[in-house]
Ligand binder design. Sequence first.
Ligand code: ADP
Length: 625
Amino acid sequence: RATPVRGGQHAGLSSSSDEASVLDFSFVTPVITTSWRRLSLASIGLIGGTTCMVLSPLVAAHFVKLIIEQTAFHDCTYVLGRLALVYALEPLFTILYVRNMWHVGEVILAGLRKEVFRSTLIQRMEFYDKNKAAELGALISVQTDTLKSLFYDNLGRDRGFRSMLETACILGVLIHGSVYLAPLLGGLVVALASNAALTARRARPLFAAEARAAAQMADVATTAFRSIRTVRSFDGFEQERQRFDAAVHAASASGSRIGEAKSTMEAVNRSAIFAALFLLYSVGGYLVSTGQMALVTLISSIGYCFGLNFAVQGVVNSLADFNKARGALASVQNVLKACPVDASLAASLPSSTQRALPSDPESFMETAKNSDLEFEGVSFAYPLSPERQVLNALSLRIPRGNTTALVGQSGAGKSTVVQLLSRFYEPQAGQILMGGVDIGSISRKEWADTVALVAQEPVLFVGSVAENIAYGRVWEEGMSHKEKMALIQQAAGDANAEEFICKLPNGYDTMVGEQGVILSGGQKQRLAIARALLKDSPILVLDEATSALDSISESLVQEALQRLMKGRTTVMIAHRLSTVQEADQIVVMRDGRIEEMGTHENLIAEEGAYFDLVSNQSLEICLTV
Ligand code: ADP
């Protein structure tokens, strides 16, 4: 058989892991090309709406002038008609703009969220050792929400492209109307913009402090609720309340200071507008009375004065929003960039615009079924504590189709062996071989199909019982729902889970996981066993549950496990020595090395480390009974 290609090189999609670790924005281009109709309509809406807004003070001023000149009312109606037309068209253009831009924004945001999720999924394990799961969840929701507000808050009249275009058009009309008034209102623009920018600068650290306090508030609350049993049993209510109060006070202190900054800005803005109006009346009045300027220009300028206030503040706010969004994106990038991504995962989970990899034509499964697993001088330290060597040149043969049990004191390195076997981490020295092939060179997908993991605390995902059993199973093409259900039911039957599933409110369609029905530890374990049975992988990794199950549940689980282990190469972390007696090979580990190896009978006869472990555990059992 051909030697499989190393996962990272497999794809040729990411030339280096550094490149793959940043977000891939290539999804934006197709959005723009496929949304060209919506973008064109939005542009028409934007230009049309702005034109109406800029024209309205001018048309209104014409009408007022006619009235001042005591023109007969019916002669004014044509101007009134124009005014009505401008007022009627503006909302229609606005709908056209907002609707279409909103839609495009939604598509871009969806692409971004998917990309952040994908980039997080393809991280190496140490990334998850380093970052809290809750914080990563917040990364996707909070930070992308900031970007969402960049799209949505900037679609109204008072922000975004609309305010930029309005400011430019109003200034153009003013310069055209009067060269004298233009500098006056230009000064107003500068005053308003500087005021808003200064306030934004003052408020920025306050907003950041407020956000930090809010995040802390949520963190304190979530931790307290999640650990409510500990809080109750240690009577920790007062500590929790004090920590929450501190976060609340920090948030409201920043909030109050933001309020002060905003009120000053409001007062300065009003003063600037009133000063501009006063100058407008006096200078404009003089110009009109001396015949140097038309009355219509003066009247319309009053309207523009207010319009400019809105528009300029809109521009400044938009710039602030833009900076905030850039900051949010940068913080997402920084978290993602902190660790190099797993290049082979990046290849098997390409971004939406990249081509998915074809799976290896030659399956590794047959090799896995017919070969022994071999650890050859494997040394390993966790990436976050590189100075602590957890496995030291470990060499171990795991015969095919047999059960190997790993035993030893806590911290001996048993879980680490399993984690390396699951390829959550890679050894720094040595190799793990299967049929002479380094498992690191097999594509991720194929290795995932080869190994089934039954964890100590089985995880159920949000979904139905059937979906949970089928998790990870790759269905053959063209298989009907009925055929799939038959296999799922067979696995459930073999896992001794059929009986309790049938008693659930909706049988196999009952929702489990968070917010679903609550299952007992033993039931969850049997679902996990059914999942592994259905996946039908040749290698089985078993982290035996320590949680005390009642004896009926335990015998059901044990029986199901026996069925699952039959004919598979099984590596089992055994916490209860009573369950390892049947193993074909028992490996006693200490400090990342193998201390002893053999069958139960041999090791007992040797009266070594295993003998001591068994004696201690029997003593513990005697003492607890
Ligand atoms: P066992 O399963 O035999 O109890 P482990 O393999 O879990 O032992 O742990 C071996 C050593 O590795 C322990 O000292 C433990 O503290 C350390 N360790 C385990 N997981 C990690 C991790 N994710 N990061 C850093 N050190 C770890």
